[in-house]
Design a protein around this ligand. Structure first.
Ligand SMILES: C[S@@+](CC[C@H](N)C(=O)[O-])C[C@H]1O[C@@H](n2cnc3c(N)ncnc32)[C@H](O)[C@@H]1O
Length: 318
């Protein structure tokens, strides 16, 4: 098992924990690796290909990737800029120092990082929101110090998450350094389009491979609000169309979750090859979920685990 890299965006619903299982079903030799719903990037980071074409509809996610790719040219300058900004806003910085007073730690045993950073985080957030030219370094810090390391904006385009109970620590530095190394070694192009426009603009040949990780119809997350039954139906029809053009693809999805079932996807998937994925999904709303079934569907036959490619025994008990 080779090393698994984690995206420095710590993206909600990222495939970091499942990538080892998922990628065993990917083709062995990939010319173009194409990811229309790339999110935090945990998948492309852990897949070998000659070239990477990555896309997400979220302009802030794409802006952060492009910003970090640029920073990979001079990581030490980037880390210096981070430290300067952290010092300017007097935020905690566990990567380098243990500056949080012992009394605060004693008083708020589990939430002292959030207590310590709250006001200064809010200052950073309002400076970011009020600035005309958006500074991606500030946005990256809002993500790192923010609630559940998420990105969320209100209808006016203002970042609107509260402070989180995390800061810039050695895990962040590790993820950033790995990312910098990987993006320097890989040929990457990022796009910020709807998946159909992105794929429509590309020449896809038989040595290329498209991995889809769309929002899931039946689970909860911020970006799932962009998805509904009509879009799901359009999406699976789109996949049939790719199949008819001999384009190789794999698609992740969740087909059952609590008392919900994604019938559109489940019925569609019966035509192809379905691999159950042993998800260790923990929802931040509810970590006692019993009935949860994640799958990977491919439109090509896999040699591995032939027994798993049969009809799925739908998970009733979890
Ligand atoms: C499940 S997440 C992908 C997570 C990713 N695999 C990772 O490891 O971080 C789905 C992504 O699809 C994006 N998205 C939603 N609607 C889209 C659309 N119509 N076209 C392209 N991307 C879209 C969301 O912004 C979100 O980042």
């Amino acid at each position: 098992m080779s090393k698994i890299y984690r995206s420095p965006l710590f993206y909600v619903g990222d495939k970091y924990k499942l990538i080892n299982e998922i990628r065993q079903y990917f083709p062995k030799n990939i010319s173009k690796f194409i990811e229309p719903f790339a999110g935090g990037g945990s998948v492309f980071m852990n897949v070998k290909a000659d070239n990477y074409f990555l896309n997400d509809i979220d302009k802030n996610v794409v802006a952060l990737h492009k910003f970090l790719i640029k920073q990979s040219e001079n990581p030490s300058l980037f880390f210096q800029n981070i430290e300067n900004k952290v010092n300017q806003y007097e935020l905690s910085f566990s990567y380098k120092r243990n500056g949080i007073p012992a009394e605060l730690k004693e008083k708020y045993k589990k939430t002292y990082i959030a207590k310590y950073n709250k006001e200064n985080f809010e200052r950073l957030r309002s400076d970011y929101n009020n600035s005309h030219e958006k500074d991606e370094l500030m946005l990256y810090l809002l993500l790192i110090y923010g609630f559940n390391r998420m990105l969320r904006f209100n209808s006016e385009g203002n970042f609107n998450l509260p402070v989180g109970n995390v800061d810039f620590n050695s895990n962040v530095v590790l993820a950033l350094n790995q990312y910098f190394k990987l993006v320097t070694e890989k040929n990457i192009e990022w796009f910020n389009l709807d998946y159909k426009d992105f794929l429509g603009s590309m020449q896809i040949t038989e040595n290329d491979f498209v991995y889809f990780d769309p929002p899931y119809l039946i689970t909860f997350s911020e970006y799932n609000k962009l998805w509904n039954e009509e879009i799901e139906t359009e999406f699976v029809n789109y996949l049939d169309n790719l199949h008819s053009k001999n384009i190789k693809f794999a698609v992740s999805n969740v087909i059952s979750y609590k008392d919900k079932e994604n019938k559109i996807f489940k019925n569609w998937a019966e035509k192809y090859f379905i691999m159950p994925i042993k998800s260790n999904y923990i929802s931040y709303h509810d970590n006692t979920i019993k009935n949860f079934q994640e799958v990977l569907v491919t439109n090509y036959e896999n040699n591995i685990k032939e027994q798993a490619q049969t009809k799925l025994i739908w998970n009733e008990e979890g």
